[in-house]
Design a protein around this ligand. Structure first.
Ligand SMILES: [Zn+2]
Length: 234
């Protein structure tokens, strides 16, 4: 990654412009300092806060320099999903189609699906691991808090379709017990589960893209999250 400044939010257009110009100067110096070699590449990072004109200028500056990939930075800093999507709608179509696009610091499964639909390829985020440590599980039926008393006697796997050890070997009741008892195995298993869920989410999206059914696949994922447990016939 090129060195950049993640523009704080909120920022006035003047503040965002000064920050973005700093990052674009650093982008030139990062490119100059990078030694091209097999197996390595350098990503430029688009900044510009929530201002479409600044985002467009940033894309223009970066593509003029030329990078192996392009990241969209400065999002998921408190602007909210709607503003984030507006920035992506204004930014992603300007990026070269033959280079990977990476949305930095995002997000929930819902954020990932909405961003993939807008042309993003790559993500990084603390969310699956941090949530796993605090008893939050991402599943095909939405978000569960394993501390919730409704799981105390629930013998079912957390997410029946999941291949992780927490789902294949243990019940929701046992995971609930681990968190209630403050056993370290609880955060470990839930972190593993959330990482597996994120991996399978992205595997499914990649397959759907190849099959030309991305929008329908996204609708099905969202329907599962919205249906929650009621669809399992409790
Ligand atoms: Zn699992």
């Amino acid at each position: 990654m090129a060195l950049d400044e993640c523009t704080p939010f909120p920022a006035t257009q003047e503040q965002a412009a000064a920050s973005t110009e700093l990052s674009m100067r650093w982008a030139v110096r990062s490119r100059d300092a990078f030694t091209p070699r097999p197996g390595y590449g350098l990503f430029g990072i688009v900044q510009g806060s929530i201002y479409p004109a600044l985002r467009a200028e940033s894309v223009q500056a970066l593509t003029a320099i030329g990078f192996e990939g392009y990241a969209v930075g400065g999002l998921a800093v408190g602007e909210g999903q709607e503003a984030m999507y507006q920035v992506l709608d204004a930014t992603v179509p300007l990026l070269p189609a033959d280079r990977p696009r990476y949305l930095m610091g995002v997000g929930t499964p819902d954020d990932l699906v909405g961003s993939v639909l807008r042309g993003i390829d790559m993500f990084d985020c603390v969310m699956p691991t941090r949530s796993g440590r605090t008893a939050r599980a991402y599943t095909s039926r939405g978000i569960f808090n394993l501390r919730n008393a409704r799981f105390a006697d629930d013998p079912r796997p957390l997410d029946p379709g999941c291949a992780c050890p927490g789902c294949r070997r243990h019940s929701r009741a046992y995971l609930h017990h681990l968190f209630r008892a403050e056993e370290m195995l609880g955060p470990m298993l839930l972190t593993w589960h959330n990482l597996e869920y994120y991996q399978s989410l992205m595997r499914g999206l990649r397959a759907a893209i190849l099959d030309g059914r991305t929008a329908a696949h996204a609708d099905a994922l969202r329907a599962g999250w919205a249906a929650g447990e009621s669809a399992e016939g409790e």
